[in-house]
Design a protein around this ligand. Sequence first.
Ligand SMILES: NC(=O)c1ccc[n+]([C@@H]2O[C@H](COP(=O)([O-])OP(=O)(O)OC[C@H]3O[C@@H](n4cnc5c(N)ncnc54)[C@H](O)[C@@H]3O)[C@@H](O)[C@H]2O)c1
Length: 352
Amino acid sequence: MSATHPVFITGGAGFIGSALIHYLLAETGLAVVNIDALTYAAHPASLASVAQHARYRFSHTDITDRAALDALFAQYRPCGVIHLAAESHVDRSITGPAAFIDTNIVGTYTLLEAARHYWQGLSENQQAAFRFHHVSTDEVFGELSPAAAPFNEHSPYAPSSPYAASKAAADHLVRAWQRTYGLPVLLSNCSNNYGPRQFPEKLIPLMIIRALNGQNLPVYGDGCQVRDWLHVDDHARALWTVFRHGTVGATYTVGGGNERRNIDVVRQICDVLDRLCPDAHGSHHRLIRHVPDRPGHDVRYAVDAGRIRQDLGWQPQQDFEHGLAQTVHWYVSHRDWWQPLLQRNTAPAGDA
Ligand SMILES: NC(=O)c1ccc[n+]([C@@H]2O[C@H](COP(=O)([O-])OP(=O)(O)OC[C@H]3O[C@@H](n4cnc5c(N)ncnc54)[C@H](O)[C@@H]3O)[C@@H](O)[C@H]2O)c1
């Protein structure tokens, strides 16, 4: 491992964490320690190409395990933490909220305490340079009416699902650890991500894979729920930008400015598949089925990313139509990545 202090990435074996690790190893000189409990949502295959990288280490650790976290801080002496580990699927939070309370709230609390303990033992200069970056979601703000202005850093918290409520609780803990103890924290609240290596229970991969298998495409309700999509590689760049240049204590809302109705995303996926892999039974559109809506389903999310654009110079690079077509292409040509995951996927219908 490099002589410099590494950054801890929690949840690095998941969708966004693995994209961030690929980005950091390719684009920066930073060393990375990936701390992940390898839940059902983890896929170590996403990191196979960097598993032997000189600047990469993996620790199979649960973020609720304080003793294990203390040992990792003492061993690696990190320059900061980018905290992504979470239970992340809204449907699962409705059928089984306990894991969301454990990981998203108790886990974040435990990680904050381990980080604080380590940080308090650093020199003044090291303390000033340390960052604890908490990665959160726009879902903490609840739902927007169709005509409302997009969420920004001043939007009030109004979470609808157990997932969103657990992330909201974590956000409050992180801010309190700065106000009370002075821990140098950063927060970012991002809109829906899409791209390669997303677990097949989420809307876009679920629809692609089911369509490839000739299965029905279950769309919640009328499918008119609006999400603001951001490519995962754009999110990875945003996280690095905030970690390096963000103002301590600040929150950054991050989004792609790509508001789309779920039904239109599913139709677009069908169009791409009709071109890429024509089906002898007819267009993939024939597979779309509307199923009963999920409880507490937010009608619209949209994010105003003005602060991160203006203050930190970040902006998304991926056009949604192009990025979605590329994503469909990736799933079509990486069956070996997703096929082993299908047995783990018990979620009834897809949303992001
Ligand atoms: N996916 C999105 O669209 C999106 C949007 C905004 C914010 N976020 C946030 O970004 C983060 C990452 O999301 P994702 O979609 O990559 O999630 P994911 O479900 O794909 O991955 C989560 C990872 O966290 C790990 N993990 C879970 N519980 C753990 C524990 N107790 N200890 C250690 N590791 C644990 C899992 O093994 C998995 O590797 C989450 O905090 C999520 O709330 C996601």
